[in-house]
Design a protein around this ligand. Structure first.
Ligand code: IVH
Length: 432
């Protein structure tokens, strides 16, 4: 075998294992065996530098730190999705679709999980990853190619994809375990925590150091194809997802074809209850008309396609006992009350603290120490308190009042109107 053949064979083998490990979560090799293959390839490429190409799995992390991101104009605008938060809104969507298509029967849809990450547009040229860009304002995004290349779920080269240039769109996200590790490390280093995996992923994608991005463990799911020519041969979205998967692209596997509204509602109810079993954060279900020809008939508004809608899951709630209300002093001296809770499992993790925003909010909701309270998690690590369960309030209970002195330094609190918030905030007077 010639060195060129040897290198090509190794690359194919490594790409297959990358897909098994990072996309299918079904590795066939131990980490050390995979690393050995990569090292073998790197050694061959060092020996034959003329055979080194940018789509080689050894070339994911470039050596340099960027000094900024350039702006790119999307080939087609990246639209957003209209929302539905309740069953009747979903039914109304289905009725609109059927009215426009003038059909009395059930419409074929595909339901996918809505990934709580950030949208990404990947340009492939003859199957080789050329560019990765963020959504930005939908028309213009940022070129984040160097960071996208470090995401091992995203192939640098597609398998058996058609020639020409096209764009694959999807979502970049930080898997829950990677997010938890990241926040743990930040807590230990005394750095501010990310509120949720989406913020952490967005912050990571805007980092100028690709080697840091590579260490964060971002991943991706793809669900859309934009570009001349390639669409003709796939009549339905289901076919498209199957094709993207066949090219080695990451496709979230729980999507389902749903015939008519009742099948859609069943899918939404099923995943509302199962969402915490996933390794990534999902905040709803995206519903799409399956036949691409019907989509063309439905068209788009300037903001949303009329053939898709995002069903948002309700925030996850639980009740627990509020043990005490403490006051946190921020770096600027602003005092914010927070609740210490009996630990309770909600939204996929155990929480023992909740934000209370400000004393006004607390007074308005009449939240008291020792109350049984409803806590709600809407994707964020720190939940908020919806309110007390009054029927379970203890007889001895008293309204909570803000202490008059700072628990840290003992100085008197003063009240000040801050320009940025407009609302009265309590701040500590710095002792002279
Ligand atoms: S389809 C033109 N499918 O949700 C329609 N979007 O709220 C393109 N998102 O901007 C979007 N998961 O970033 C689609 N399975 C999914 C999605 C998804 C997450 C994001 C996407 C979009 C936003 C709209």
């Amino acid at each position: 075998m010639s060195p060129a053949e040897q290198i090509e064979q190794l690359r194919r083998e490594i790409r297959r294992h990358e897909e098994l490990y990072y996309v299918k979560a079904a590795p066939e090799l131990a980490d050390a065996e995979f690393d050995a293959l990569l090292r073998e390839l790197a050694a061959l490429e060092t020996e034959h530098p003329d055979l080194l190409t940018a789509d080689s799995p050894t070339q994911r992390v470039g050596g340099r730190v960027a000094d900024g991101f350039t702006t790119v104009v999307h080939a087609e605008p990246m639209l957003s999705l209209d929302n539905a938060s309740a069953e009747d809104e979903l039914r109304a969507f289905d009725e609109r679709v059927r009215r426009t298509l003038e059909t009395a029967g059930d419409v074929g849809y595909v339901a996918e999980l809505k990934v709580d990450g950030l949208s990404i547009a990947l340009t492939y040229d003859d199957g080789v990853l050329l560019r990765g860009a963020t959504r930005g304002d939908g028309v213009r995004g940022e070129d984040v190619t160097f960071n996208v290349r470090t995401i091992r779920a995203i192939p640098l080269k597609l398998r058996g994809a058609p020639p020409g240039r096209y764009e694959v769109r999807g979502e970049v996200f930080l898997p829950r375990p990677a997010f938890e590790l990241l926040n743990k490390a930040r807590a230990e280093a005394g750095e501010p925590l990310f509120a949720n995996p989406r913020n952490a992923a967005a912050g990571t994608m805007r980092n100028l150091d690709p080697s840091l991005v590579a260490r964060r463990g971002l991943s991706a799911w793809t669900y859309q194809l934009v570009g001349a020519g390639v669409r003709g041969s796939v009549p339905t979205h289901a076919d498209l997802l199957t094709r993207l998967d066949g090219w080695g692209l990451p496709v979230e596997p729980h999507w389902r074809r749903c015939q008519g509204i009742d099948a859609l509602l069943a899918f939404c109810a099923e995943w509302r209850d199962k969402r915490n079993s996933l390794a990534f954060e999902t905040d709803g279900v995206v519903i799409k008309v399956d036949r691409l020809a019907l989509r063309e008939q439905l068209g788009s508004t300037s903001k949303f396609p009329r053939w898709a809608v995002a069903f948002k899951f309700p925030a996850q709630q639980a009740t627990t006992r509020l043990k005490s209300i403490q006051v946190n002093i921020g770096r600027t001296g602003a005092a914010t009350p927070y609740a210490v809770l009996d630990p309770v499992f909600v939204g996929g993790s155990t929480v023992s603290m909740a934000t209370l925003h400000n004393p006004e909010d607390l007074a308005r909701k009449d939240i008291r120490e020792d109350d049984i309270v409803i806590v709600e998690k809407a994707g964020d690590v720190i939940p908020r308190i919806v309110g007390p369960v009054l029927s379970q309030r203890a007889e001895h209970s008293r309204p909570w009042t803000m202490p008059s002195t700072c628990p840290v330094c003992g100085a008197m609190f003063t009240r000040r109107r801050t320009k940025s918030f407009g609302a009265a905030r309590t701040a500590r007077v710095r002792p002279d």
